[in-house]
Design a protein around this ligand. Sequence first.
Ligand code: ARG
Length: 567
Amino acid sequence: MSLFLEKLSSGLQEILRANDIASPENFNFWQPCADARFGDYQTNAAMTLGKQAGKNPRELATQIAEAWNARHEKMGQVSVAGGGFINLRLKDDFIVQVFQTYSLVPHLKNKQTFVIDFSAPNVAKAMHVGHIRSTILGDCLARVMRFLGHQVITDNHIGDWGTQFGKLIVGFRKYGSSEKLEQNPIAEMERLYKLAHEASQKDEKVLEEARFELKKLQEGDQENLALWEKFRALSQAAFDRIYERLDVRFDHVLGESFYNPQLKSVVEDLVARGVAQESEGAICVFFDESTLKDKPFLIQKSDGAALYATTDIATLFYRVKEFHPDAVWYVTDSRQTLHFQQLFATVRRCKMGVGLVHVTFGTILGADKKPLKTREGDPVKLEALLDEAMARALAIVKERRPDLSEEEQQTIAEVLGIGSVKYADLVQNRHLDYVFDWKKLLAFDGNTAPYLLNAYVRTRSIIRKANEMGAQKGSLQNDLHPKERELILLLLQWHSVLEEVALEQRPHHLCFYLYRLAGLFHSFFEECPVLKAEPAIRAHRLALCHRVAEMLKHGCELLGIRTLERM
Ligand code: ARG
């Protein structure tokens, strides 16, 4: 809760206490009014608490209002509406005073440690659009949590161990060469895997061979291990190129293979604790929860092989031991919901005292409302998508700004292209599927990255012009123009918006906030001349411009979107 809301809330709490009404500690009672005609902030405290205390809500509201207006009139006046709503109209000088000391980073009461597991592509395969959401969403959440002051550990749980390597090794030996592999690694690995897979479907012998090579790899055969290392290193280099373009970094890249040596003992440990048990030669966790009753979690196959589930349990044990997190967040699409329900239920039984969240998201769809595919019907590759974003953005920039140098056009196109793809994803309420539409996401009007970046560029250009005139930002005036008032009130919602993003793991709240801020800034600028105003007003309005610029910049940064000084 921001210090500002704390002030308003403790003001109300004081009155409730004086009236013998029990109320929760450290609770934010106040919400911004949806309709500014009623007031700036609103609370339904009299209705909810009145009911609990057996009092008539409207009467209680009236009592509270009288007390508030007598005691806290300096902050603002309240009035009662409907069945007991209390509306608060803040005083201009109070808003200004609060705003002047409003920090960019909210005050953090309870610093926590979060492990965020996101992106996690698979070795020997290109990252596809399914990984784009995880990467963008996970990175944004990590940025927000860090900004709020938490300790964040990002971990890329690469899929670098599994049965696919048997076929890949066979494919490489039969159809591949080191040269070809070096030239275009990922495409070549995909080709080899596909060939071996098809051959194994036709010919039982090839399947046998793949199984044999896999077994050798798992048992530590030097030659196969060296090949696997090579596949892994080449894939990682390709992933890193994409992360570089996306400006995404990880603290750790601990792939599935890292946990391989621990899998046996994890299974034994779960059996010893009575969490897992043998069933028809396999080892499973059975659940009492009604939702999971007939859905046991298989952690060891009857042939002794471990699974994705086993690795995830080992991973969690490791993270708890190593990082002591308060919570672990997993960012993957909603098709993995059952897996994570089972994982969380298993770990809960081990009483590890760690919060677990599956941050799910929907699918990116094409214009036909089916999962986004290329014209050939293959899944769209992330790299190709980013290339297209760049090319489209460059065409737009060239048309808008033919006066700029080729180099600057390129730089702008890069920021615009990548930023637009990211924003299109983050602006969606994450559990929904959304239709990927180039025209829409690159448009300069609408809730898009170009619109936001444009607003930021505008704030910067005003500030630049002011500097050229020698005009400085100054202290805020107490007497506010309605647009200035609206702007300040919106700026004062910044902390709450970030807290909402953190609480729900939903960055779209921040996108909508920034969109409103950009829009309001445009209308403020139209109604309230800045550079042409008389010096005191100009200094006051310049201070507002600086604040808007700062929040837009930080907002974009939290979304993982770079900003531009001009475009
Ligand atoms: N590699 C998996 C995939 O591509 C995602 C892994 C997610 N993280 C985890 N700890 N299971 O679907």
